[in-house]
Design a protein around this ligand. Structure first.
Ligand SMILES: NC(=O)c1ccc[n+]([C@@H]2O[C@H](COP(=O)([O-])OP(=O)(O)OC[C@H]3O[C@@H](n4cnc5c(N)ncnc54)[C@H](O)[C@@H]3O)[C@@H](O)[C@H]2O)c1
Length: 260
């Protein structure tokens, strides 16, 4: 068995129908895991992502949930356990981007919308994941997709940056709490990745180049590149890593503080 083999492992990926989440679904399945896709609104995309897993000969199920809803998350994990078993890998990729609205102009509703999805969602799924996995005695892994904006702020990004900072500290707290159970908890902090969250860059090459020129490696990243890291963290090769955030941004966050 290769160091990265995930044979006999059962993964659940939130936001698994799009972007980084869909990349993680494909990567985990390619490494041998059975995979549950939690999708939000696009059932066809959820089914397509699960279908790609089945094409690789692994078990899969697509389940709808709003990750910010306790009832939805509980029902989704019930269905997943029935369909493919109790998961031992959780990737929290579901998320919404910053509003661009400064705090002084932001409604409470807007604030809560991002925090509920990007932070409370990871709390709800991680809580259920650990509650369900602990009695089995199996080890496991949680991978939270945070952002370089958990530690690099932007005006208008208070909703997102605060939620991602909270998700980072949820990661570190849970790593302490679950270490004795053999459950590792880590974060991946991407920079600019080509997904629907960056739709304008996907549609407009000139706009994309204008952003990419700020990235030391000279290009945006891809969902596959994030998936490779998630697979590594879930694999035996990543077993001694917990409570860490691994930045994957082509050097973008190093540019901070340069030039003046
Ligand atoms: N793309 C980037 O440049 C980038 C950079 C840093 C971090 N991230 C993070 O990566 C994660 C994935 O984003 P992406 O780039 O793949 O974008 P994306 O828009 O393709 O994916 C976001 C996913 O979250 C899901 N989602 C949104 N609200 C939800 C809810 N209430 N319940 C369940 N699912 C919900 C969407 O359905 C979608 O599948 C996000 O957490 C995002 O913050 C992305």
């Amino acid at each position: 068995m290769s160091e990265r083999s995930l044979i006999d492992r059962i993964a659940v990926v939130t936001g698994g129908e799009s972007g980084i989440g869909a990349g993680c679904v494909a990567g985990l399945a390619a490494a041998g895991a059975d995979v549950a896709v939690i999708y939000h609104q696009d059932k066809d995309a959820g089914e397509a992502s699960a279908g790609a897993v089945k094409l690789l000969g692994r078990k899969a199920v697509a389940v709808q949930a709003d990750v910010g809803s306790e009832a939805d998350v509980e029902a989704a994990f019930d269905r997943i356990a029935d369909a493919i078993g109790i998961p031992d890998i959780l990737v929290n990729s579901a998320g919404l981007n910053m509003s661009g609205v400064p705090v002084a102009k932001m409604s409470l509703e807007q604030w809560e919308r991002i925090v509920r999805t990007d932070l409370t969602g990871s709390f709800l799924t991680s809580r259920r994941f650990v509650r369900e996995l602990e009695p089995t005695g199996r080890p496991g892994t949680i991978v939270n997709i945070t952002s370089i904006h958990a530690s690099v702020m932007r005006p208008g990004g208070a909703d997102y940056d605060a939620a991602k900072g909270g998700q980072w500290n949820l990661t570190r707290t849970m790593a302490l709490e679950t270490a004795k159970l053999g459950i590792t908890v880590n974060a991946i902090a991407p920079g600019m990745i080509l997904t629907p969250m960056n739709q304008k860059a996907l549609d407009d090459p000139e706009y994309r180049r204008s952003l990419e020129q700020n990235i030391p490696l000279g290009r945006a990243g891809t969902p596959d590149e994030i998936a490779g890291l998630a697979v590594f963290l879930a694999s035996p090769a990543g077993a001694y890593i917990t409570g860490s955030t691994i930045t994957i941004d082509g050097g973008l966050s190093l540019v901070l503080g340069q030039g003046a």
